[in-house]
Design a protein around this ligand. Structure first.
Ligand code: FAD
Ligand code: FES
Length: 489
């Protein structure tokens, strides 16, 4: 099983009220992760009346389970963007890092902000050409980037892009500090307030706002055709204590081995916490235990980590052209999503971009992230692949691969998708023998869910909704639980 993340463990939650009346506000921000809170802060400090509506607790969604590198180097990206877009992206990301540094200083937020270099490396040489090209493209885009063959990693690499003066921080300490500042500046935050639509809470209270920002990680509306262009990727994170002397002194990522991403965080006077992320997969696909084991073994073999102190998982959607969708969806409706694993800088960037657009001070890179854009050459291949995959998940072919034909044959601790009384069911028998039976049809748009055997959750591969074994919603875009099924034969 997994634990809570290191960030959740070391930054106790603030408490905000639940919305229990109709509300009217200038700007309503749906979602209190990094994108929502940064947007709220930028608006509140500009004197705008702003209200954050969070389904659960703030800074406890994907943002509470991230790796929290603040870098403009996003694995291998710049070489595929073209010079003008690459320059805009580099400038926007660099601006976000500096903005966190300045804001933390101005507001007196102690968030373990540390300046470190960022590396994208190839160990086997498989990506050597790509790494060289990325170093050139990143440097041409204006980053302090170079191709190197030595790093601080305790194993040799064939080559790496190195970008200096990047940063890492404690995301919850930063954002909980920002939440205090939002309230001090006159903003309002509601927790445990899930929005069913952009103008109504799930408990039936109406929210009327001049502007609405959707910052729910995966958007709750499908305009302009967002869903087919957003693919969720889930990943594992493991963290263990290492001696200060074993700190690799930087942030690292490689696309090899199904991605390995490494950083450290302050732990105590003699130790750092090594944090390793990787083994991404589509939510609801099989093999999660093997993925977590592979990541754990890699961390222990490559670094001198004796015990893994924290294990967690999270997911983030990626767009078909690998740049965020941040901007206007329609009149008075805005979105920030599709960060593709780089939402620390992009969440901050989104806050500045959306607040600027709403207050009439647009950012120079607004058109780059416009959610209405479409680049046929960059996007069509990925779009077709996503559409085909989603179509397959509606069909529910897992029924044919179900390991057992009936609930009575499920062993303790196992799950299956099977037919029961004519209904396609998601069945799980817990360690005590109790059967948990719910409909296998996702309440978002009807795909068939799959079981994550590490987290013991039902997950939807189409848009990433996640449900508990009794069907409760753990993560959207689904708003309603999986339907209960009568267990009698
Ligand atoms: C394993 C992993 C490691 C990562 N590492 C890095 C990294 O090192 N650097 C980096 O830059 N990025 C990283 N990322 C990406 C980054 O963490 C995310 O992009 C970012 O946290 C997303 O922020 P968010 O505000 O969009 O989403 P969230 O933090 O999930 O916030 C969205 C909020 O909306 C709420 N919500 C959802 N539906 C509703 C509703 N209907 N009504 C009201 N509220 C709702 C949710 O409860 C949630 O609190 C990583 C991602 C993963 C998965
Ligand atoms: S169908 Fe969209 S998340 Fe399940």
């Amino acid at each position: 099983m997994l634990s809570e993340s290191y960030w959740m463990h070391t930054a106790p939650a603030r408490s905000f009220p639940t919305l229990e009346r109709d509300l009217s506000t200038d700007v309503a921000i749906i979602g209190g992760g990094i994108a929502g809170l940064c947007t709220a802060w930028e608006l509140a400090r500009a004197g705008v009346q702003v209200t954050v509506l969070e389904a659960d607790r703030i800074a406890a969604g994907v943002t509470g389970y991230t790796t929290a590198k603040l870098t403009a180097l996003h694995s291998l990206l710049y070489s595929g963007l073209g010079p003008a877009d690459a320059r805009l992206h580099a400038t926007a990301q660099w601006d976000a890092i500096e903005h966190v540094a300045t804001t933390a200083l101005q507001l007196g937020i102690d968030c373990d902000f540390e300046r470190v270099p960022a590396f994208t490396y190839t160990e086997t040489g498989e990506h050597l050409d790509a790494v060289r090209k990325e170093a050139e493209a990143a440097a041409a885009a204006g980053l302090d980037a170079q191709f190197v063959t030595t790093t601080g990693l305790p194993f040799p690499v064939a080559g790496a892009v190195r970008v200096d003066n990047q940063a890492q921080f404690h995301p919850r300490r930063y954002l909980l500090g920002l939440a205090d500042a939002i309230v001090k500046a006159g903003g309002t935050i509601y927790e445990n307030t899930r929005m069913e639509s952009i103008s109504k809470t799930i408990s039936g209270y109406s929210v009327s706002a001049g502007e609405v920002v959707i910052a729910t990680n995966y958007p709750i509306v499908n305009r302009p055709n967002l869903f087919p262009r957003l693919v969720p990727h889930r990943e594992f994170v493991v963290a263990g204590v290492i001696a200060n002397a074993d700190d690799p002194q930087g942030m690292y990522i490689t696309p090899e081995n199904n991605t390995r991403s490494v950083r450290t965080a302050p732990y105590d006077a003699d130790h750092r916490l090594l944090i390793v992320t990787g083994e991404h997969f589509a939510p609801g696909t099989a093999g999660t235990r093997e993925r977590l084991d592979a990541l754990t073994t890699w961390a222990q073999d490559r670094f001198r980590v004796k015990d893994i102190a924290f294990r967690w998982a999270a997911q983030d959607p990626q767009t078909t052209d690998r740049l965020p969708f941040t901007g206007r969806l329609s009149d008075h409706l805005w979105v920030a999503t599709g960060f593709g694993g780089w939402g620390m800088t992009n969440g901050v960037m989104s806050g500045k971009l959306l607040a600027g657009a709403i207050t009439g001070e647009p950012q120079p890179w607004a058109s780059l992230y416009d959610p209405q854009r479409f680049h046929p050459t960059r996007e069509v291949g990925r779009l077709l692949k996503t559409t085909a995959a989603v179509a397959g998940h509606y069909v529910g072919d897992r029924l044919h691969s179900s390991p057992v034909p009936a609930v009575s044959e499920l062993a303790p601790g196992t799950a299956a998708i099977l037919r029961h009384n004519g209904t396609k069911c998601a069945a799980f028998r817990d360690d005590d023998g109790t059967v948990h039976l719910v409909s296998a049809t996702c309440t978002h748009m009807g795909c068939v869910v799959g079981f994550n055997d590490v987290e013991r959750t039902w997950e939807c591969p189409c848009h990433g909704s996640r449900f508990g074994i009794d069907g409760e919603v753990l993560q959207g875009p689904a708003l309603h639980p999986l339907k209960q099924v009568d267990q009698t034969e």
